[in-house]
Design a protein around this ligand. Sequence first.
Ligand code: FAD
Ligand code: NAI
Length: 467
Amino acid sequence: MTTEFDVIIIGAGPGGYNAAIRAGQLGLKVAMIEKRSSKKLGGTCLNVGCIPSKALLHASQLYEAAEKDFGALGIKTGKISLDHEQMLKQKDDAVEGLTKGVAFLMKKNKVETFFGAGEITAPGKVRITGDSETELTAKNIIIATGSDVTPLPGVEIDEQQIVSSTGALSFSSVPKHLVVIGGGVIGLELGSVWRRLGAKVTVVEFLDRILPTMDGEVSKQFQRILKKQGVEFKLSSKVTGAEKLKTKVKLTLEPAAGGASEMLEADAVLVAIGRRPHTDGLGLKAVGVATDKRGFIETDHFKTNVPGIWAIGDCIAGPMLAHKAEDDGTACIELIVGKAGHVNYDTVPSVVYTYPEVACVGKTEEQLKEAGIQYKVGKFPFAANSRAKTNHETDGFVKVLADAKTDLVLGVHIVGVEAGEMIAEAVSVMEFGGASEDIARTCHAHPTRSEAVRQAAMGVEGWTMQA
Ligand code: FAD
Ligand code: NAI
């Protein structure tokens, strides 16, 4: 068996496996190591993240539409009922298919895959502890070990009654009352899934708004929409303890700023207060790889402070998103072979896959104000978009932020059905250094929701035509 490689990649998530593909394409001899006991590739994203959550979001969305919206469209059905087992199975099938797809891509690009936990024992050396112990050597090692759930002291996760996102992907029945701690992306996506399937959902958020990193107007409108759908919110609140009873969990809540506590009873609790870098057992201390105070590996263009050791994806700074990890992986390999690998973090889009979706790229209004940048705003509601009206899906709006002097697009924020697809146009324009006028003067097909993006861009110079 070969143990000498050009590059060893530790972790087979979107960061690791895309780095492996690019390395294979560029003719490097690649080893990729994965410690997941299921021996499935794809990391958090494919196994317990992006993919299973989207499978449940899609199915639960159709379930709710069949229950509530089909009648008005002239579609008669019998009584709609949930086949819980099948819904979970189709999610597992999606995961199975895609993880096999990654295994195929590894073969295609001549990547050697090893299963077991990787530990860097010295620069250029990695020990794998799995079914057996192996040592590999390479000039370059890439750490792509991703992230893990941030725990909440006093609320111990058992993945049965008190779950992380992983447990919330596989509840064996619909909880009557699901309390979600954290009004971020995971809480709102998975909270939406179980609400649609019949749970009462209460979101407890520490700050005074949900999706705190997104544009303030987006957070406000989106919360209103979710409230209309039946999600309850307790903002500016913190959970200080959880007592597990036989079938219930008793939570103690306090105002974030301190004050009288209250009790909240739940059938299940989802802890979704963020994720933290996953670097346990990697041997970072022993080889001297520096981390910041939150545990993220410090990098400069993916280089750590130790020559020959690189890091990408969720375990380094930047948005914890699959497409960011993927871009990191590609750029890191290109730098290793002497090409000009680069990631533009200003144009990494962010999407919340609820109904409607939330999608954004670039700066929020709050960030522009804080930076003292003069900007103009163009806005357009989906209530005035012909396709959205025709489909009875008028919630939400598009907001385009552009530099007041140069008209350069600085940020685009969308709440609306298929926002996650529409944001790609804004990302491309920003990547090319485009202006709002470029969007405004680009022909958009009719009737499409993307016309709302154009109308919002027209609004920057005050000539929105259709509202
Ligand atoms: P990971 O995907 O975490 O992969 C790292 C891999 O390294 C893991 O498989 C791990 O087992 C392995 N590993 C760790 N240590 C070792 C070791 N010592 N030896 C060998 N292997 C090791 N992002 C999006 O962009 N879109 C979404 O819709 C989305 N949905 C999400 C939903 C949920 C519920 C969650 C939890 C996350 C979601 N994310 C989403 C985030 C996304 O999953 C991550 O940003 C992405 O997976 C990060 O990729 P990565 O390669 O850096 O790490
Ligand atoms: P998050 O950072 O998105 O949200 C966490 C929320 O919890 C924040 O609103 C925060 O203010 C709140 N919070 C923190 N401590 C709290 C406490 N003690 N009590 C109450 N609220 C508290 O983190 P989340 O939702 O766990 O997701 C982790 C990451 O996974 C995301 O940041 C994202 O990068 C990724 N992800 C991406 C998805 C997507 O792209 N669609 C889907 C799911 C996850």
